[in-house]
Ligand binder design. Structure first.
Ligand code: ZN
Length: 655
């Protein structure tokens, strides 16, 4: 491992806090050091208050900030003397500590200081860096862990036995430091991570790099750094098996869950190891991971047995906690299956992705520890204490209410514009993950993040649609909702002047493609945890057709009839099918200025008059239709199927 310090980059940062930001980000660049909010850093400085008094402060990483992207305001300024005084207490509960840290913070707008603030305060240097470096964990998580650590660091580091992070760790280190430990430049926290310190940002950071490098070289010298990868068979693509597994995980969790396939081949070959049980069923690499990954992965697909084991683990340890803890859901977050490879679950796409990132780091940690003499995790009681930490329980109690469609998966066709695009937005806002299809390749980059999977797809190409469904299920685990929106609206032609090939095209896009997609989606919708839902975007032309749109009206009428039959046939599968009949939605792809003018002329109106030509005298937007579509898919319509709902401002011919 090498230092990433660059003088020109560093020159762009001002003062000690600026350089603290810079080297924190350098740590964040390496996922082998810090991952998803792991690790924390600090700098000691002085600050003048409003009366002119100079106060010693510790700028410590605030919770909710990630070292990778931290800014100066991500560091909370906390009174240093107060923190040192707190370190001398015999006892301080986590809740008391959190309150004390808040009160000692000099800026009410600052984030909550890290739970390691007291530890940072008592260390005898201005800059302190703390990471959960993979290489160090590989050393400590072995039967001879302490000997290995002593071999690597000699007198340069103080070896701290594992205790809970927070006050217990700070108090222990304070006591150990009160002995004579003059020469040390770092701490090894067994089964947890590394702490280094120095008088400049660069010194502290480069000590961290050097400490990690020494661990890596030590592993290398014992043939325990490079992991041979022997097999390169990718995991199987089996969307039915994935949907079944997601249904079981969702049932155990009591809420719909995202299940993400990890296509990594090393993970797939790890999942096929004959010694998988002995490697993975001991516990996580560090207790820090337990919230994201649970204590152990599920091997295979028996989710119910896993949930039973989890409940028993909870019962074994609940008495360890003073107040009665709220039991977390017993569903697995990491699954290793010989066929499906590594899968991760979460209440959101992000949760599932973080679990995957963590487990992809965990696999080499375990294999390196194995090569060094055997992987050994902490006892489950220690893991339980972190999983049911009062600070974590407080987060649970204060969690925001989930969206109405949280953890569910929708597929929207024609999603790059108009009603389809607005539907994707409306579904995202309610917490759903969305597979968004469109013939326009712009769909692939339309939404940032991983909650929308935008795929270029011609819905009239059955093979392409089938492939898109496969990709969607690999990304999210199944399918709960379908919005059939893609459609075309040809320019007006009377029946006498109808072109046969145009008729065919309209039928293929507006009718055949939707019927194919419904057929392909049906087995997946059957396994939706809350029951499948289909929302068909029909048209006012179904109940009230107009002249010059025979092919369009006939295609939408046929599609509506298919939806009604589907409502009858699929009721026993728990699938609801409803139809919306929008009218005069002019912010969609099919309404060019030319078509709009043509339509208005047919009714003998100006364009503006035509737009508001309804009972309520309102214009109807794509967003209006999307809101109704999302509502129809949501719980308010749980008892409604086979309905046709106008979204048209009221139409005299329909009413
Ligand atoms: Zn830590």
């Amino acid at each position: 491992m090498q230092s990433l310090w660059d003088d020109r980059e560093a020159a762009q940062y001002d003062g000690d806090l600026g350089l603290r930001v810079y080297t924190s980000r350098l740590l964040g660049r390496d996922p082998g050091l810090v991952l998803h909010g792991g690790g924390n850093t600090s700098v000691k400085a002085t600050r003048r208050d409003i009366t002119g008094e100079e106060i010693d402060v510790l700028y410590i990483k605030g919770s909710g900030w990630d070292l990778t992207t931290i800014e100066p305001q991500g560091f909370a300024p906390v009174r240093l003397q107060r923190l040192i005084a707190l370190s001398g207490l015999d006892e301080l509960s986590d809740d008391q500590m959190a309150a004390e840290l808040r009160v000692a913070t000099l800026d009410p707008a600052a984030p909550s200081p890290s739970v390691e603030a007291i530890l940072h305060a008592i260390l005898p240097a201005r800059f302190v860096d703390h990471t959960h470096a993979d290489a160090l964990i590989s050393l400590t998580n072995t039967p001879a862990g302490e000997e290995h650590v002593r071999d690597v660091y000699g007198d340069d580091a103080l070896i701290v036995p594992y205790v809970m992070p927070g006050f217990a760790l700070a108090r222990l280190v304070a006591r150990m430091l009160s002995g004579n430990h003059g020469g040390i430049s770092g701490l090894v926290l067994m089964n947890h991570g590394l702490v280094t310190f120095g008088d400049t940002a660069r010194e502290s950071y480069e000590r961290m790099v050097e400490f990690v490098d020494r661990a890596e070289r030590y592993l290398g010298g014992r043939g325990a750094w490079w992991i041979p990868s022997n097999e390169t068979r990718p995991p199987a693509e089996d969307r039915i098996a994935l949907s079944e597994l997601r249904l079981a995980v969702s049932r155990a969790a009591g809420t719909p869950m995202i299940l993400r396939s990890c296509l990594d081949q090393q993970a797939a070959s790890f999942a096929r190891r004959p010694d998988l049980a002995s490697l993975t069923q001991q516990g996580p690499a560090t207790p820090d991971h337990v919230i994201r990954t649970k204590r152990i992965p599920l091997l295979g697909r028996d989710v119910e047995a896993y949930a039973e084991t989890y409940r028993a683990y909870f019962e074994r340890h609940r008495a360890r906690l003073a107040s009665d803890p709220v039991m977390l859901d017993p569903a697995p977050r990491v699954i290793l299956d010989t066929e499906l490879g590594l899968l991760t679950a979460g209440k959101s796409v992000r949760e599932a992705m973080i679990a995957a990132d963590i487990y992809l780091r965990t696999i080499p940690i375990i294999l390196r520890s194995e090569a060094l003499g055997g992987y050994r995790a902490l006892p489950e009681s220690e893991i339980f204490d972190v999983e049911y930490w009062s600070l974590e329980q407080a987060k649970l109690r204060n969690a925001r209410r989930p969206g109405l469609l949280q953890g569910e998966v929708a597929l929207v066709t024609g999603a790059a514009s108009g009603i389809g695009r607005a539907c994707v937005d409306a579904l995202r806002e309610r917490g759903a993950a969305v597979i968004a299809l469109d013939v326009d390749p712009a769909i692939e980059a339309m939404w940032p993040g991983e909650e929308v999977l935008g795929l270029t797809c011609d819905v009239t190409d059955d093979a392409a649609v089938d492939d898109a469904l496969g990709q969607g299920v690999a990304a999210y685990g199944g399918l709960d909702m379908l919005i059939l929106n893609a459609g075309i609206f040809p320019s007006g032609a009377s029946i006498a002047g109808l072109d046969a090939s145009e008729w065919d095209t309209v039928m293929r896009v507006n009718l055949d493609a939707n019927v194919s997609l419904m057929r392909l989606a049906h087995p997946l919708l059957c396994m939706a945890p809350r029951g499948g839902r289909v929302c068909v975007i029909g048209s006012k032309n179904v109940p009230a057709p107009g002249p010059g749109a025979a092919a369009y009206s006939a295609s939408k009428a046929a599609l509506t009839q298919v939806a009604r039959v589907a409502a009858l046939e699929w009721g026993r599968d728990g699938i609801r099918v409803n139809v919306l009949h929008p009218n005069a939605v002019f912010d969609t792809g099919i309404w060019t200025d030319e078509i709009l003018a043509d339509r208005a002329a047919r009714y003998g109106m100006g364009v503006e008059e035509y737009k508001r030509n309804n009972v309520l005298g309102v214009t109807v937007s794509s967003r209006d239709v999307a809101e109704v579509a999302a509502a129809v898919l949501g719980p308010a319509f749980a008892k409604t199927t086979g309905a046709q709902i106008p979204v048209d401002g009221g139409n005299e011919r329909v009413i």
